[in-house]
Design a protein around this ligand. Sequence first.
Ligand code: UDX
Length: 453
Amino acid sequence: MDEILQKRVLMIPAPFEGHLPSMMNLASFLSSKGFAITIVRTQYNFYDISADFPGINFFTIDDGLTESDMSSLGLLDFILELNSLCEPLLKEFLTHKDDVDFIIHDEFVYFPRQVAQDLNLPKMVFSASSAATSISRCMLMENQDKWLLHGEEARSKLEELVPKFHPFRYKDLPVTAYGSMERLMLLYRNVSKRDTSSGIIHNSSNCLENLFTSAAEDTWGVPVYLVGPLHMTDSATTCPSLFEEERNCNNLNCLRWLDKQGKNSVIYISMGSLAMTQKEEFVEMAMGLVQSNQPFLWVIRPGSITGQNSLDSLPEQFSQTVTHGDKAFVVSWAPQKEVLRHRAVGGFWNHCGWNSCLESISSGVPMICRPYSGDQRVNTRLMTHVWQTAFEVEGELDRKIVETSVRKLMVGDESKKMRKRATELKKLVEDSVSIGGSSYGALMSLVDSIMSS
Ligand code: UDX
């Protein structure tokens, strides 16, 4: 233990809701093993989480970026700018600090890579997503020309399977809703440079994607550690949310409302922290949910509906259902992990963010996938064609499609089959994080690797 205490690890998370909690779970684990952990955070999206992580040190880099920079640049250019600004700041910080032995950084904050190299510090990349996603970015870079096609030629090409990347089609590769293809390629080139790292850590499990683990090892030639789902490890601590102020009374009351609903009867709808919905689609969604006659719990994140700032202009029938009925509950942010674990929740309509996928899998809840951007397409294909605990709703939504999709997920034979598979998959991930399981073993190998670096 004395020797372990000497290793000091600097961890640098990406400042986004879908990234920080999983890295903090890894930090808690490493801290529980005796490593001295310092978390370096950006000023952008900063909120204080230190009280929830006693024993871990925190330092903030003053990148000077604000929410209005994010709005004017868009997510893609914002991430590129964040990396350019932070590289010299981290170098300055580390030049005056001689107590760092190892660096772990999120794949989207790649600025520590050069700094670590200059200072001769070993480093690893942490991906809050799957190994399949990492490979899919390389596939997209190799096949960008497919997105230059037009009309019918483009449509049929994108439906084809990507060679040596079964079961993904070109259209499942992680293109973005947040900027141009050219800027995305620049970002992915930066994110995908990994051969100088001593390893790649994924918040995923071998039982979910062992095929892609070996493919990732072949691609980068370094060890790949599938250590997740990290929120299921014994040392996991709930990281306060960026949307913490949304943990208001009404939002927490959704759990009491769920207590009154029948087993597996409620469909939970949430689109994560970034995805947007067009107003027309939102109205069709609202009416389809009402028409499905299935109880629903819906997270409507403030500002997440393009062209609508409040719920006032929703159809009367929807407002009546939400205001007066027992059938519906609307919140601005939900305690999602608790919601998914609740016995009343029988289905999840989601954009397929990786954390949401892992949380639905670890709760045994089948899903409807409606991917919005990036890795969500990859995750959707994994859910629908590898694990088969979900189906995708593609194309333009109308209320009838919503109604039939909800009923398909919640009742009937297909629903039973998906629920059975989801229950089996839940058991597999539980085993993987338990002593003797693959994720547990990967965490232990990671400890050994940092120790011997
Ligand atoms: C982003 C990307 O969009 C996603 O594709 C990538 O895989 C991770 O980073 P996000 O879109 O926010 O994440 O989705 P997701 O990965 O699902 O993360 C959302 C997190 O917020 C989940 O941990 C979920 O539990 C939490 N959440 C969401 C809540 O706690 N309450 C809510 O109401 C909604």
